[in-house]
Design a protein around this ligand. Structure first.
Ligand code: CA
Length: 231
């Protein structure tokens, strides 16, 4: 799966340069020129990472970062701040706001891509090449394939997205509505019981490889992907 990166930047020259660099690196960029537009876009589709300019017209990048960290939907989305020289003295404020990293302008496309990959490895457990391994399963996002040991696991598209989300967010409990937001996207109307249907299918898919127990039901809360057997 291509990484969807939202660029929030009011300077068109920087925005275009960044979008170009991301596309060349195999990522899928979108952009907003101010915080309010960005918020609307994020509700429509939660990005894999946000590049956030510090100085924006209206709400500042820092204020937007604080807001995103307060919302369930965006709490875990990694944020890299783009700052002008001098603004980095205010780093502490950014770290308190939950920003994952900084890139100081002017930066090279190569430096930016390296930072993005480093932050994604740290936060999603996968880099832009998209290899992720948990509990004997391996996902190659670029090839869109799942492996159990050396065997290729045949898997449906929704089960794939669900498994990919679980493997990159292991050991944490997600409610049905959170899974709908993250896996199906906020703009699609799907009933919560649809989640249960696809969880069942995912377990069936993993059963022949003795990996179905990784997908755990947490009573009254939702689901969790965990390598620790559930009690
Ligand atoms: Ca700016």
């Amino acid at each position: 799966m291509q990484k969807h990166i939202l660029i929030v930047e009011d300077e068109p020259a920087i925005r275009d340069m960044v979008a170009f660099a991301l596309r060349r690196a195999g990522m899928d960029p979108a952009h907003a020129a101010d915080a309010r537009t960005a918020q609307n876009m994020i509700v429509e589709r939660v990005p894999d990472l946000i590049l956030l300019d510090w100085m924006l017209p209206g709400m500042s990048g820092l204020d937007l970062a604080r807001r995103l960290r307060k919302e369930d939907l965006t709490r875990d989305v990694p944020i890299i701040m783009l700052t002008a020289r001098g603004e980095e003295t205010d780093r502490v404020g950014g770290l308190e706001a939950g920003v994952d990293d900084y890139v100081v302008k002017p930066f090279s496309p190569r430096e930016l891509i390296a930072r993005i990959n480093a932050v994604m490895r740290r936060t999603h457990g996968t880099d832009a090449d998209g290899i992720v391994e948990v509990g004997g399963l391996k996902i190659d996002s670029a090839a869109h394939r799942v492996y159990a040991g050396v065997e290729t696991v045949p898997i449906g598209p929704t089960e794939y997205r669900l498994l990919h989300f679980f493997m990159t967010h292991a050991e944490r409990v997600y409610s049905r509505s959170q899974l709908l937001d993250y896996v199906w996207g906020g703009s699609v109307y799907v009933e919560e019981r649809t989640v249960d249907v696809h969880i069942r299918r995912l377990r069936k898919t993993l059963e022949p490889y003795a990996c179905d127990a990784l997908v755990q039901t947490v009573r009254g809360a939702g689901y969790r992907f965990s390598t620790t057997p559930s009690a």
